[in-house]
Design a protein around this ligand. Structure first.
Ligand SMILES: C[S@@+](CC[C@H](N)C(=O)[O-])C[C@H]1O[C@@H](n2cnc3c(N)ncnc32)[C@H](O)[C@@H]1O
Length: 208
């Protein structure tokens, strides 16, 4: 029997999560992530010396960030064991092999990143995840997800109850009064050089 709290966690820890890894790897994705994060970091006026990614998969975002922030401490929280093995093999990432929903913030990082993960969290658990993102951040939070002004569920590769779009960043801004919106943007899947999967990104900052 699963020890996870939600069926969405079982989905990512299991076979679907394993197959996702086989579909999503390579330098082209890292290049697109490098373009995205160079834009995001450009808006961060304060130094970023530590980063933690919630739901990092095999680390394609962290590899891009390693290129941009060679000296930064990088950490990852990941539920899928096969992805965790690959993260650990990279050698320079502190890995939390667990569900985000079981994570207890130990120390704050300059930048907390979540990309393509809030959309897959059971919507009932979003307040828990928002609190974890907020409490783990010393200054910046980057949310890169699928936006919709109102919460909607859409089928995900033939599965129901696995993909939810909404205004995640707006909900965090409404919840935490000391957060401010630094910048936001969209990356189109038809971008000629550095496509993403029609992602909306938001950079939030905790007012000091
Ligand atoms: C669509 S992938 C995105 C991966 C990565 N963030 C990126 O942008 O390439 C979703 C990732 O989140 C992980 N994940 C989903 N739910 C999780 C949870 N509750 N705790 C930790 N990781 C989770 C999955 O295993 C998977 O690696």
């Amino acid at each position: 029997m699963s020890h996870f709290k939600t069926e969405q966690e079982d989905f990512w820890a299991g076979q679907f999560g394993d197959a996702y890894i086989d579909r999503n790897w390579g330098n082209t994705l890292i290049a697109a992530n490098t373009a995205l994060f160079s834009k995001v970091l450009h808006q961060a006026s304060q130094p970023v010396k530590s980063v933690i990614e919630f739901g990092s998969n095999i680390g394609l975002n962290l590899k891009a960030l390693r290129g941009l922030l060679p000296e930064a401490e990088l950490s990852a929280i990941e539920i899928n064991a096969k992805a965790v093995d690959k993260l650990k093999a990279s050698g320079d990432i502190k890995v939390y092999s667990q569900s985000i929903l079981d994570f207890s913030p130990d120390y704050q990082r300059d930048l907390v990143l979540i990309k393509g993960v809030l959309i897959h969290i059971n919507p009932d658990m979003l307040p828990v995840v928002y609190k974890l993102l907020y409490e783990t951040s010393k200054r910046y939070i980057c949310i890169a997800e699928y936006y919709n002004p109102t919460p909607v569920e859409v089928p995900y590769r033939g599965h129901a109850g696995r993909l939810f779009k909404r205004d995640f960043a707006g909900e965090m801004l409404d919840t935490y009064a000391d957060l401010r919106l630094v910048d936001y943007g969209f990356v189109y899947h038809r971008d000629g050089h550095f496509p993403q999967d029609d992602l909306n990104w938001f950079l939030l900052e905790r007012r000091q």
